[in-house]
Unconditional design. Structure first.
Length: 319
C-alpha cells in the first residue's frame, strides 16, 4: 500500500507570517528607496563625457535656473582650476626630496669636519641661494630663454624642479660615502663614534644649492600655477589644495624611516633620488598635452559669478 503524502499546513503558516509582516510594517521605520545603482553609473558617464563642461555653461540651458548666476567664462575658469589640481597630484613625490633638507642633511653634517661651525649652519645656504638666484632667474635666465625661442613654460619648470631635486639627492648620496673616510666606518652616526670624517662640511653646498634651484622651479612655480589658473573666487581653495600636498609628502617620508640609520643612509638618498627622477618623468608624460594648451588657458576671458540668495526653494532643490 503506497505511503500517504504529508501536506504542509499552508494556511496557518501564511496567517502567522503575514501577521509578523503587517506588525513590522506598522511599527517599523520605513526608509525611502535608495535609488538605482544605474544613477551612479550615469553620473560617472556624464562626468567623463567630452561635453561635460560645455553642458554646464548657462548658454546651453534652455530654461536657466535662478541659482545659475555665473557666465560661460567662469565655467572655463573652473575647468582650468580643476586641471591645475590634477597637476598637484604629483607634488608629494617632489616634497619627498625637499624634506631631506632640514633633518637628514643636518645629521650628515655632524659626521663631517665642521671647523668649529654648528652642524646646522649650512641649512642657511638654502634661503641665501633663493635670495640670490630668484632675481637672477627672473632678470636673466627666463628672458634669455624667451629671447632664443625656448618656451620654458610653468609645467616644464616644474619638471625641471623634479630633476634638480633628484640631482640634490644624488649629491647627498655621494657625500654619504664618508663611510669610507670615517673612523667608525659604516657607523659614522653612532653615539660611540668620537671621530669625524676629514671631509669638510662645505662639500654639502651642492645639495643645498640644487634644492634651492628645485624650489624655484617646482615650489614657487606651483604657487604661481595655483594662483593664475584658479578663478578669482576659488584661489584660496586651489592654493590650499596645492599646499596640502606638502602634508602628503611628509606622510610619505615616514615610509623611509627604516633607512635613516647606519649603514643605510646612502640607500635613503639614492632611493629618494630615483623616485624623484621617475616622478618627474611620469609627471611630464601626464601633463605634456596640458602644456600645449598653456597659452590658451592663460588667455581665457575672465568669468563672473554673482552670489545672490536663491530666488526660491525650488531653485535650491535643483542644485
Amino acid at each position: 500500500m503506497a505511503a500517504r503524502k504529508q501536506r504542509i499546513p499552508v494556511l496557518p503558516f501564511f496567517k502567522n507570517y503575514s501577521a509578523v509582516g503587517i506588525f513590522a510594517y506598522i511599527k517599523g521605520d520605513r526608509c525611502p528607496a535608495p535609488g538605482s545603482d544605474f544613477d551612479e553609473i550615469q553620473t560617472y558617464k556624464n562626468m567623463r563625457a567630452d561635453d561635460f563642461w560645455e553642458s554646464a555653461k548657462p548658454s546651453k540651458q534652455q530654461n536657466r535656473p535662478g541659482w545659475m548666476t555665473f557666465d560661460d567664462q567662469w565655467v572655463d575658469e573652473v575647468r582650468r582650476g580643476i586641471k591645475a589640481c590634477g597637476v598637484f597630484v604629483w607634488y608629494p613625490i617632489y616634497w619627498l626630496s625637499y624634506n631631506q633638507l632640514n633633518n637628514n642633511l643636518t645629521s650628515q653634517a655632524a659626521t663631517l669636519t665642521v671647523h668649529g661651525l654648528p652642524n646646522d649652519v649650512l641649512s642657511n645656504l638654502d634661503p641665501f641661494a633663493l635670495i640670490i638666484l630668484i632675481p637672477l632667474f627672473d632678470a636673466f635666465l627666463y628672458p634669455t630663454l624667451k629671447r632664443i625661442h625656448i618656451n620654458f613654460s610653468a609645467l616644464k619648470r616644474i619638471t625641471a624642479g623634479f630633476a634638480t631635486g633628484s640631482a640634490a639627492m644624488i649629491w647627498a648620496a655621494v657625500v654619504q660615502h664618508i663611510y669610507k673616510t670615517s673612523p667608525c666606518g659604516n657607523e659614522a652616526n653612532s653615539l660611540g663614534c668620537e671621530g669625524v670624517s676629514p671631509i669638510t662640511v662645505w662639500v654639502q653646498t651642492g645639495s643645498y644649492v640644487l634644492i634651492a634651484i628645485s624650489e624655484i622651479f617646482a615650489s614657487i612655480t606651483g604657487l604661481e600655477y595655483a594662483f593664475t589658473k584658479a578663478p578669482k573666487n576659488m584661489r584660496s581653495l586651489v592654493m590650499a589644495i596645492y599646499l596640502f600636498t606638502n602634508a602628503f609628502g611628509a606622510a610619505l617620508s615616514e615610509a623611509f624611516l627604516p633607512l635613516l640609520e647606519d649603514p643605510l643612509l646612502t640607500w635613503n638618498y639614492g632611493s629618494v633620488a630615483i623616485i624623484s627622477a621617475f616622478g618627474g618623468i611620469v609627471f611630464w608624460l601626464s601633463v605634456r598635452k596640458l602644456d600645449v594648451q598653456e597659452d590658451h588657458l592663460n588667455n581665457l576671458a575672465e568669468g563672473h559669478m554673482v552670489v545672490t540668495p536663491a530666488s526660491n526653494k525650488e531653485d535650491l532643490e535643483k542644485v
